[in-house]
Design a protein around this ligand. Structure first.
Ligand code: NAD
Ligand code: IPM
Ligand code: MN
Length: 365
C-alpha cells in the first residue's frame, strides 16, 4: 500500500460538514485502490481565531507544509466579519496560499449531462460546457503594496489597494495555462483589463510573449467585462481561461452557476513544488451552515483533484469522479441542484450515496 499524509482544514460554517464527508470518500476510495491516508486535522480560519487568536496558527501552516496534500473546507462567517484585517479568517486563507506558494489555481467548470436542468441558463446554452479557469492566486490586488487605510488631503478616510504583477508571476501562470490547454482542446483565452490598467498591459504583453513557446495553442485575449458577458451568452466558446487573482475569483463564481451550483465546483492550487491545496470554490455558506443542507460534491471533487494533481493517483481520482456521476444518475440531489423528480437529500446522505458508489464501482441506476 501507498501512504500519504493529508492535512485536513475543515474551517468554518459548512466547511466541517463537507470535509467530513470528503474525508470518508477519500478513505474509501483509498482502501479500494490500495492507498492509506494519515489524516491530520488542524484549526484554520475563524475556528483557529477562537482557539488561538490567529487565523493561521504556525502549527497549522507547518503541518500543511510537511504533508503530501491539503484539503480545505471553507472559512469565514458573520462572527468575524468586522474583525481587523490581520485577525480575519480570510487573511488566514491568503497566508496559507502564500505560505504554500500555490500560485496556480485550477477551477474546472463543466456542465454534467445529469445537471443540465439545474443550470439557470437555457439547455442549449449550458449543455456541453467544459471550461477551466486558471486563476493566478498569490499576486495581484490581493497582495499588492501599498495597501491600507489613510486620509486624503480633505481629511477624509480612504482605503486603498494596489494591483501589481511582476513579469515572472505572469510568465509562470501563463505557462501553467498553456500546458493545461495542451492537455485539453488547445484553446486559451487570456482575460484582462489592458485597455485601462498597467498591470493588465504587462499581463497581455507577457502572455503574448510566452505564447511563442506554444505555437500549437490558439491564444485569444478578452477584456474582463466582455468575458463576463460572453460566459453567459455563449460559454461553449471557452476552453481554458487564464486571468489574474481578482478576475479569476469573480469569473469562477459566475462560471459555477452555468453548471447548476457553486456547490459543484472543486479547485486545485499548485506551486512549483511542495504540497498542493485543494478546496471547493464556495465559501462557508453561513446561511445554511449546521443544517446538513450543503452540497458536498464540490469538496468530494476537490478530493478527486487532490488524488490526481496532488498525488498522481489517477485511478483513485477517477473512481471518485465516477461515483459522483453514478450518484447523480441515481437521482440524488442536494437542494441547490434539485429539480422535479429528483430525490432530495442532505449533505450526510449525499456522502453516504457516493460512498456506496465508490465501493461498488457503479450502483445500478
Ligand atoms: P458562499 O460561497 O459561502 O455562499 C454563497 C451562496 O451559495 C449562499 O447562498 C450559500 O448558501 C450557497 N452555497 C455555497 N456553497 C454551497 C454548497 N456547498 N451547497 C449549497 N449551497 C452553497 O459565499 P458568501 O456568502 O459570499 O461568503 C460567506 C463566507 O465565506 C464569507 O465569510 C466569505 O469571506 C467566505 N468565503 C470563503 C471562501 C473560502 O474559504 N475559500 C470562499 C468564498 C467565501
Ligand atoms: C475564494 C474566496 C477567497 C478569495 C476569499 C475568502 C479570500 O472567495 O477562494 O474564491 O477571494 O480568493
Ligand atoms: Mn471566491
Amino acid at each position: 500500500t501507498r501512504h500519504y499524509a493529508i492535512t485536513l482544514l475543515p474551517g468554518d460554517g459548512i466547511g466541517p460538514e463537507v470535509v467530513s464527508v470528503a474525508k470518508k470518500v477519500l478513505q474509501r476510495a483509498g482502501s479500494v485502490e490500495g492507498i492509506h491516508f494519515d489524516f491530520q486535522e488542524m484549526p484554520m480560519g475563524g475556528a483557529a481565531l477562537d482557539l488561538t487568536g490567529v487565523p493561521l496558527p504556525k502549527e497549522t501552516l507547518e503541518a500543511a507544509r510537511s504533508s503530501d496534500a491539503v484539503l480545505l473546507g471553507a472559512i469565514g462567517g458573520y462572527k468575524w466579519d468586522k474583525n481587523e484585517k490581520h485577525v480575519k479568517p480570510e487573511t488566514g486563507l491568503l497566508q496559507l496560499r502564500e505560505g504554500l506558494k500555490v500560485f496556480a489555481n485550477l477551477r474546472p467548470a463543466s456542465v454534467l449531462p445529469q445537471l443540465v436542468d439545474a443550470s439557470t441558463l437555457k439547455k442549449e446554452v449550458a449543455e456541453g460546457v467544459d471550461l477551466m479557469v486558471v486563476r493566478e492566486l498569490t499576486g495581484g490586488i490581493y497582495f499588492g503594496k501599498p495597501r491600507g487605510f489613510s486620509t486624503n488631503d480633505n481629511g477624509e478616510e480612504i482605503g486603498f489597494n494596489t494591483e501589481v504583477y511582476a513579469s515572472h508571476e505572469i510568465d509562470r501562470i501563463a505557462r501553467v495555462a498553456f500546458e493545461t490547454a495542451r492537455k485539453r482542446r488547445g484553446k486559451l483565452c487570456s482575460v484582462d483589463k489592458a485597455n485601462v490598467l498597467e498591470a493588465s498591459m504587462l499581463w497581455r504583453r507577457r502572455v503574448t510573449e510566452i505564447a511563442l513557446e506554444y505555437p500549437d495553442i490558439e491564444l485569444t485575449h478578452m477584456y474582463v467585462d466582455n468575458a463576463s458577458m460572453q460566459l453567459v451568452r455563449f460559454p461553449k466558446q471557452f476552453d481554458v481561461i487564464v486571468t489574474n487573482n481578482i478576475f479569476g475569483d469573480i469569473l469562477s463564481d459566475e462560471a459555477s452557476m452555468i453548471t447548476g451550483s457553486i456547490g459543484m465546483l472543486p479547485s486545485a492550487s499548485l506551486g512549483e513544488n511542495g504540497p498542493g491545496l485543494f478546496e471547493p470554490i464556495h465559501g462557508s455558506a453561513p446561511d445554511i451552515a449546521g443544517q446538513d443542507k450543503a452540497n458536498p460534491l464540490a469538496t468530494i471533487l476537490s478530493a478527486a483533484m487532490l488524488l490526481k494533481y496532488g498525488l498522481g493517483e489517477q485511478d483513485a481520482a477517477e473512481r471518485i469522479e465516477t461515483a459522483v456521476l453514478n450518484t447523480l444518475d441515481r437521482g440524488f440531489r442536494t437542494g441547490d441542484i434539485y429539480s422535479d423528480g429528483n430525490i432530495m437529500v442532505g449533505c450526510t446522505e449525499m456522502g453516504e450515496q457516493v460512498l456506496r458508489a465508490v465501493d461498488s464501482e457503479a450502483v445500478a441506476v
